[in-house]
Design a protein around this ligand. Structure first.
Ligand code: GLU
Length: 407
């Protein structure tokens, strides 16, 4: 399996062949400004000491303070964090927010930890990194397995260390602790606005049959939002497999089923399917909302969706991109499709610094036109260069970054 950073660099090489950005500029983007590895000792509940490995990669800050989430996952490692930080840099540029790109993480399965241990780990992460973080330096946020509660612990620890009470050093906090309305659903909601903008262009019907990989914050919220707008979610999965019903799943009932039984399988009227079967199901729109490297050269030929909306980061490999392009299946790229999360994070940072609190309506009224505008620009860029949408998005982002960096 390709490491995600290699994939990211292959994407960069491809865009450099489509448009001449100059060798020096591309060379500067092949390395992060800095990548930091830390060790986090945690006294466990049973009295033993465990040392966890943590990361922060600050990729590029030409457009503003570094911005990007923190991931807690057993497979998290430096190459993944570097790739995610690179994509954050482009994501912020694509949607024109004044932020750079970074990412953080810890190699850990949070399910193995008690709440107290998780809190110590999170406080330990910021203790080691407090000197490089800050509202105008580097602003973390949630990502896979990290919640508003974890953001609150980190904000509190940072405030204790530095005395900064603005709360603007981290986003995705709970509403009572300076979080923004709408942040919890922003990634999925943003994806929906992008879908609506591109739907006709992608030749998708008014009412789509949707398949979603992932039942976390993003996958589940997307299922609810698409269902509420009259689309039909015919399959959805978590890491252990999924369920399929060609007449459409009832997402509320499925949520209750998972809560009761701990799994998706065995849901009434539906067929159990594997994650591989799910990706290859016939549908209008496939939404990967889990991890990197899920659509690869091994399965891209078998994809039967009419279009792909990437709510995960990096779910499609560069080889799969080429295959899907040849098959005429548009892939709406992650750095546009899932950017609603970081845009509302930027709104949270802005509200914290101004001492404001916006309503959810205000937040989504600001979010929607930003995504519509970026989606249209990306379509234009892709058309101009006769390439696929990811390359259109890369061109738009790199033009904006280059304008600031020169070179
Ligand atoms: N982790 C999210 C992402 O990958 C959000 C980052 C943020 O809000 O800063 O885009």
């Amino acid at each position: 399996m390709n490491n995600p950073f290699q994939n990211a660099m292959t994407q960069l090489d491809k865009v450099a062949k489509i448009k001449n950005f100059g060798e020096e500029f591309i060379a500067r983007l092949r390395q992060p400004n800095r990548d930091i590895r830390i060790s986090i000792p945690v006294k466990m509940d049973n009295g033993s000491l465990r040392i966890f490995e943590g990361y922060r990669v600050e990729y590029n800050n030409a457009l503003g303070p570094y911005k990007g989430g923190i991931r807690y996952h057993p497979d998290t490692e430096i190459n993944e964090v570097k790739a995610l930080a690179f994509w954050m840099t482009l994501k912020c540029a694509v949607v024109k927010i004044p932020m750079g790109g970074s990412k953080g993480g810890v190699t850990v399965d949070p399910k193995d930890l008690s709440k107290g241990e998780l809190e110590k780990l999170s406080r330990g992460w910021v203790q080691k990194l407090s000197d490089i973080l800050g509202p105008y330096k580097d602003v973390p946020a949630p990502d896979v397995n990290t919640t508003p509660e974890i953001m609150d612990w980190i904000a509190d620890e940072y405030e204790k260390i530095t005395g900064d009470t603005s709360g603007a050093m981290i986003t995705g906090k709970s509403i009572g602790k300076g979080g923004s309305e709408g942040r919890g659903t922003a990634t999925a909601q943003g994806g929906f606005y992008v879908f609506e903008t591109i739907r006709a262009e992608a030749r998708l019907p008014q009412k789509c049959k949707i398949v979603i990989q992932g039942f976390g914050n993003v996958g589940l919220n997307a299922a609810e939002i698409f269902e509420a707008h009259g689309h039909s979610v015919i399959a959805i999965s978590d890491s252990r497999g999924g369920v399929y019903d060609e007449n459409g799943l009832d997402i509320q009932k499925l949520k209750e089923h998972k809560k009761k039984t701990g799994a998706l399988k065995g849901f009434i009227n539906s067929k159990n399917i594997t994650n591989e079967e799910l990706l290859e199901s016939e549908c209008d729109l496939l939404i990967p909302a889990a991890f990197e490297n899920r659509i690869t050269d091994a399965n891209a030929n078998k994809i039967q969706a009419k279009a792909v909306l990437e709510l995960a980061n990096g779910p499609t490999t560069p080889e799969a991109d080429e295959i899907l392009f040849k098959k005429g299946i548009p892939v709406i790229p992650d750095i546009l499709a899932n950017s609603g999360g970081v845009i509302v994070s930027y709104f949270e940072w802005d509200q914290n610094l101004k001492g404001q609190h916006w309503s959810e309506t205000e937040v989504f009224d600001k979010l929607k036109p930003m995504l519509e505008d970026s989606a249209k620009k990306i379509l234009e860029k892709a058309r101009e260069s006769n390439t696929y949408l990811r390359m259109g998005a890369f061109i738009l982002a790199l033009e904006r970054i280059k304008e600031k960096m020169g070179g």
